[in-house]
Design a protein around this ligand. Structure first.
Ligand code: T1G
Ligand code: NAD
Length: 719
């Protein structure tokens, strides 16, 4: 847990040894305390160097231990003792110094960092704050504004930025540990008092209150209802206004309020859920750690529309050479210019750019003979996609993987028209594809484990969070969206307004309510799909009573909005009105209000006052209920996968953990009771009927979300 060695006859080298990130578990803290004591008591030792095994300094506290009671020596007194010691201590930072790891570096009298190292206080992203003196020492060292920014955002910084800020003393391209030992030998004779950060006076701006006020407003705007950043600001205020001994107490009080909060539990669940999601497994026993991905050096994209362009950019950023195919010269040229523009903007923003030499643009599928993988992103039209896949099957070499970016069509039906169904898989990116982190990897029944492993690993290389899902209409994310959107429009019929529903969802934590989001995405796509499936337009079966389709409740209001040419932001009108086509400033539109009033009077619906509570319950419990069905059907392997999809693809607030975690926090019994209540009131809405899995879990005593998988195991799995 910590190795102790004497090097150069007088330097105690303490190496943290807790793979993979040398987290400060109780055993590590215990070993560190013993090693420090030994170093301080041994007269041969004149200086100490602390480093981490395997080129990683320390990833902070062991988050897995947060669930249980504190065991082993607490961190604060241990760190205080390191700082107060009479022998110089040098931190040798390689890899990462995060959270408690950064706080450990702050108590060392000197810091040497490898040029590739990253430092940061990411506690806020886990719903807590730096609680081992970080909120008290960092402002003393780098000043209030810079410390506030790092602590309230959790941003990681490079070694070079840390050097500029005065956090580290030297950046090296050599072995940081060896450099630190030499540094320590030179530091022996120097006085330590000015190196003890807790003893420094915080450089305090004259307008402290105004500064804190501005940051508080910014934080509230960015992260609605999230507690941790606000507590971080209060802790930093303490660093500015109190001596260290009092400030550290304030830090600890604030930590106590956060530590047991539902938000902290949700955010820590998100941390682990994101890492669990990559660990896919198939009923055959093939899984992430026994299936080798193929190496992908070249790829092709078919269709340079909204999605295709973003996918090209993401592939190029990952250093993969790409051939982009369009159907017409003009469209090819437009697509090409858009891709180049996106890469140029990228270069300006990030300072690095993918090489344009990686890209080739063509009208001919014949150019795809030798590529390793193809991603099809043509219109959402099964007949067209089948034609493309047949063509690809003829043109590409037999080993080329064929992937589709369809939003919800049957991946296996596409596999069926090719000569290599085992090499066909869905790669469902989200719009804009060069920005959104989510990738659903849709596994058809015939997709081989190597194909799935390759798609998952390619996603990771492209910087995506990849989740393996089964093949059914809409897969996981879009399948769940339907009951959620349905509830929102039913609530409109019953008396709510788009702005009221959006406000309730935004107060819950969504970046955008459902109607603002729909306006952004465009209303015409869904309308076209509804027309094609005979739900609206000339093909509706006249035998359908109004507001019913296939014996279920149906709300035609979205169709009526589209019939008026209101397709959302792009037309300047949708559920809201905008200053101009393409405008983003949504204002309530009296015409929508009129439309709703006329609609209700036409169908003799008496509008009622609808509470925010009902909005949240109906929208989010219907969403989770479909999630339970998806688990039952084996389309997602575990609740964590569904939650990750909603966090990264649909803007579900992270501090609520995702729809399935949220349901578990509310209490499954309560969710079941409310769904039963709403289903009784709306028997023609099958999505409100509680799923058998939800009932089963409640009957089993509502186990924790991490153990649901055991209750699902016996069910049929597509994964
Ligand atoms: N505790 C426990 N497990 C951890 C961990 C940690 N701090 N960090 C990583 N892991 C596990 C992770 O679950 C995964 O496990 C494996 O290590 C590899 O991680 C007192 C209150 C360091 C940048 O927030 O950001 O300090 O899935 O896949 O991509 O104020 O891990 O293999 O079983 O992410 O190379 C603050 C969290 C804690 C850092 C490495 N620290 N970690 O990324 O690997 S709070 C953090 C990370 C605190 C003090 C307090 C990243 C990483 P498994 P990985 P990676
Ligand atoms: P789009 O209409 O913007 O682009 C489709 C492009 O494909 C057009 O430029 C068209 O000219 C081109 N094309 C059509 N037939 C072609 C052919 N035979 N060969 C080469 N190019 C051809 O559509 P989009 O929004 O980019 O969607 C593409 C796919 O991605 C669809 O399956 C869609 O369901 C899916 N998708 C869309 C989104 C989204 O939000 N837009 C999100 C995820 C997935």
């Amino acid at each position: 847990m910590a190795r102790y060695e004497l090097v150069k006859r007088s330097v105690a080298l303490i190496t943290l040894t807790n793979p993979p990130v040398n987290a400060l578990s109780s055993a590590v803290r215990h070993a560190m305390a013993k090693s420090m004591e030994q170093a301080l008591n041994d007269p041969k030792v004149t200086a100490v160097v602390i480093c981490g095994e395997n080129g990683r300094f320390c990833g902070g506290a062991d988050i897995r231990e947060f669930a249980g009671p504190l065991r082993g020596p607490p961190l604060v007194p241990l760190l205080d003792a390191i700082e107060a010691g009479e022998k110089p201590v040098v931190a040798a930072i390689e890899g990462v110094a995060l959270g408690g790891g950064f706080e450990l570096a702050l108590v060392c009298h000197y810091c040497i960092a490898h040029f590739k190292a990253r430092l940061g206080l990411p506690e806020v992203t886990l719903g807590i704050l730096p609680a081992a003196g970080g909120t008290q020492r960092l402002p003393r060292l780098i000043g209030i504004p810079a410390a506030l920014e790092l602590i309230t955002t959790g941003r990681h910084i490079s070694a070079q930025e840390a050097l500029k800020l005065g956090i580290v003393d030297q950046v090296t391209e050599q072995n940081a540990c060896e450099v630190a030992v030499e540094f320590a030998l030179r530091a022996v004779a120097k006085p330590l008092s000015s190196r003890r950060v807790s003893m420094l006076t915080t450089p305090c701006p004259p307008d402290l209150d105004a500064l804190l006020e501005v940051v508080t407003m910014e934080v509230k705007k960015k992260a609605r209802g999230v507690m941790a950043p606000l507590a971080c600001i209060q802790a930093v205020r303490a660093a500015a206004t109190m001596p260290y001994s009092k400030g550290i107490k304030r830090e600890s009080e604030l930590m106590a309020t956060l530590f047991n909060s539902g938000q902290a539990r949700a955010l820590q669940y998100c941390f682990f859920a994101q890492r669990t999601a990559g660990k896919w497994t198939l009923p055959s026993g093939a899984q992430w750690n026994n299936s080798k991905p193929r190496e992908i050096r070249s790829a092709a994209i078919i269709g340079l529309g909204t999605m295709g362009r973003g996918i090209v950019v993401s592939l190029a950023r990952a250093g993969i050479s790409v051939i982009a195919v369009e159907s017409e010269k003009k469209l090819l040229e437009t697509g090409k210019q858009m891709v180049i523009g996106m890469l140029e903007r990228d270069a300006k923003r990030r300072g690095v750019s993918a090489s344009l030499n990686l890209l080739k643009f063509t009208l001919s599928l014949q150019d795809l003979k030798d590529v390793d993988l193809v991603i099809e992103a043509v219109f959402e039209d099964m007949a067209l996609k089948k034609r493309v896949f047949q063509e690809l099957s003829k043109v590409c070499r037999p080993a080329t993987l064929l992937c589709t970016n369809t939003s919800g069509l049957d991946v296996d039906a596409l596999a069926g028209v090719t000569d290599r169904p085992h090499l066909v898989v869905g790669m469902h990116f989200f719009s804009p594809a060069h920005v959104m982190k989510l990738l659903e990897v849709v596994c058809g029944p015939r997709s081989s484990s190597e194909t799935i492993a390759t798609a998952m690993s390619l996603g990771k290389r492209m910087g995506k969070v990849s989740v393996a899902v089964g093949n059914c209409p809409g897969f996981v994310g879009n399948r769940m969206l339907k009951p959620y959107l349905d509830q929102a429009t039913f609530l409109l019929e019953e008396g709510a307004t788009p702005e009221q529903i959006d406000k309730a969802l935004e107060d819950f934590g969504f970046a955008m309510g459902v109607f603002r989001m729909s306006d952004l995405a465009g209303l015409d796509v869904g309308w076209r799909i509804r027309k094609e499936s005979g739900l609206t337009g000339p093909d509706v079966d006249p035998k359908n009573p109004p507001r019913r389709r296939h014996g279920r409740r149906y709300c035609p209001i979205p169709d009526m909005v589209c019939e008026q040419g209101r397709f959302g932001q792009k037309t300047g009108r949708g559920w809201y009105m905008y200053d101009k086509p393409g405008g983003t400033n949504a204002k309530p539109d009296p015409l929508i209000q009129n439309l709703l009033e006329m609609y209700r009077s036409r169908y003799a619906i008496q509008p009622r006052n609808i509470s925010d509570k009902e909005i949240i319950e109906r929208c989010l419990f219907a969403l989770a209920n479909e999630g339970f069905r998806i688990l039952e059907d084996g389309i997602a392997a575990r609740p964590e996968d569904i939650d990750v999809i909603y966090l990264f693809g649909y803007g579900f607030p992270r501090h609520r953990g995702g729809p399935m975690f949220y349901a578990s926090m509310v209490g499954l019994e309560r969710v079941l009771e409310r769904l039963e209540h709403y289903h009784q009131a709306h028997p023609d809405v099958p999505h409100l009927e509680p799923s058998p899995l939800l009932k089963k879990l409640v009957a089993c005593g509502s186990p924790s979300v991490q153990t649901w998988r055991e209750h699902i195991k016996t069910m049929h799995s597509h994964l």
